[in-house]
Design a protein around this ligand. Structure first.
Ligand code: GTQ
Length: 345
């Protein structure tokens, strides 16, 4: 590869003149923006242990009343991007949110899409677009772009969940904003009941108001049962994985980020190919060692990590007597829509 000219090679008066006209020479930066063969990634393989987060989150519950926070969240920030950027990867934001009994996080809507993966506690709920979604460990609840959402808690112990948003991308696009609203009227009907049985679609005879997000809550007991049934049905299948989809279209549940549940059989080792999107792993049940080229990550229950794109990942279920269940989020829908998705095998 031939060396390209440097900025310092240019006469100062020429550089000054370029600057005056808001012009920049490409060649000194060409290799930086178009590196050879593999992209430069600021995203570092990073792990956040729940046992580190939880006491600090509970402390935030003492230090900051919900009225002063609206959303009481500690952001899982990737040091590779700089903590102040509050991003886990190029397109993904992760936060651990605490809601205490009796608290209410008021209704708002915003352009970024969000999901919640419930980590701990019972009795909280999120109302999304008028649908009250109870929260239990492992449930996935969508709050897609533009839909009103608010969180309440009728239980007796702290509830914690993991927020996954495409905020860094939408912010980068200069398209991120929110609107505050009134407490929502809850209506009857729950998407997770209507669409509870695979292959069977509710079919109104008279009227069909197409809803872009027909299913807002994916109960963990259903996802877990589906994984166990798949594993039992195909004992030789290497990867027991399912994707959270829109049951009307079969497409990814949301437009930008993809969400999956993965089951590792007892003691199983699973190699995931190097793919262009960055990926987040969160352990719902069990434990997993995650090998990436930089360092091994050891995840126990409720731990979370992020791995950059274009990286081969090997998962090893550390439990020899039980399956491990993992929630994954990645940037696949985004990469596919933009035509930059790659699977390098
Ligand atoms: O619960 O609505 O972690 O608006 C960041 C922004 C959670 C939420 C976050 C949000 C929310």
């Amino acid at each position: 590869m031939n060396d390209l000219g440097r900025l310092e090679d240019l006469p100062q008066d020429y550089r000054d003149e370029l600057k005056q006209h808001n012009l920049v020479p490409l060649w000194p930066s060409l290799r930086a923006v178009l590196p050879p063969k593999v992209p430069t990634r600021q995203t570092q393989a990073t792990m956040w242990a729940y046992q580190d987060i939880k006491p600090l989150l509970l402390k935030a519950g003492e230090l900051t009343p919900i009225e002063k926070a609206e959303r009481r969240v500690l952001v899982l920030a990737n040091p590779g991007h700089g903590l102040e950027k509050m991003q886990a990867s190029a397109a993904m934001y992760l936060g651990m949110q605490l809601l205490l009994p009796g608290e209410w996080a008021p209704s708002h809507r915003h352009t970024p899409n969000a999901v919640r993966m419930v980590v701990e506690g019972e009795g909280a709920y999120t109302t999304v677009d008028g649908e009250k979604c109870p929260m239990s460990r492992g449930d996935l609840i969508l709050t897609p772009t533009g839909l009103w959402h608010e969180h309440g808690h009728d239980g007796h112990a702290p509830v914690v969940w993991l927020d996954v948003l495409d905020l860094p991308l939408v912010y980068y696009m200069e398209a991120s904003y929110h609107i505050n609203g009134e407490r929502q009227q809850v209506h009857t009907g729950q998407g997770d009941r209507a669409y509870a049985h695979g292959g069977l679609l509710p079919t109104p005879v008279f009227e069909r108001t197409a809803r872009p997000y027909p299913m807002l809550r994916y109960p963990w007991h259903q996802a877990r049962a589906a994984l166990l049934a798949m594993a039992a049905d195909q004992p030789d299948q290497e990867a027991v994985q399912l994707t959270y989809v829109n049951p009307e279209t079969g497409a990814h549940a949301q437009n930008i980020l993809g969400f999956y549940a993965l089951m590792l059989r007892p003691g199983q080792t699973l190699r995931l190919p190097a793919r262009s999107p960055a990926c987040v792993f969160h352990v719902i049940e069990g434990g997993v060692d995650i090998d990436v080229p930089t360092q091994p990550l050891k995840l126990g229950e409720a731990d979370t990590c992020c791995v950059p794109g274009y990286t081969e990942v090997t998962l090893h279920n550390t439990k020899l007597d039980q399956s491990t269940f993992i929630f994954m989020a990645d940037e696949t829908p985004l990469h596919r829509k933009l035509g930059v998705y790659e699977n390098r095998g």
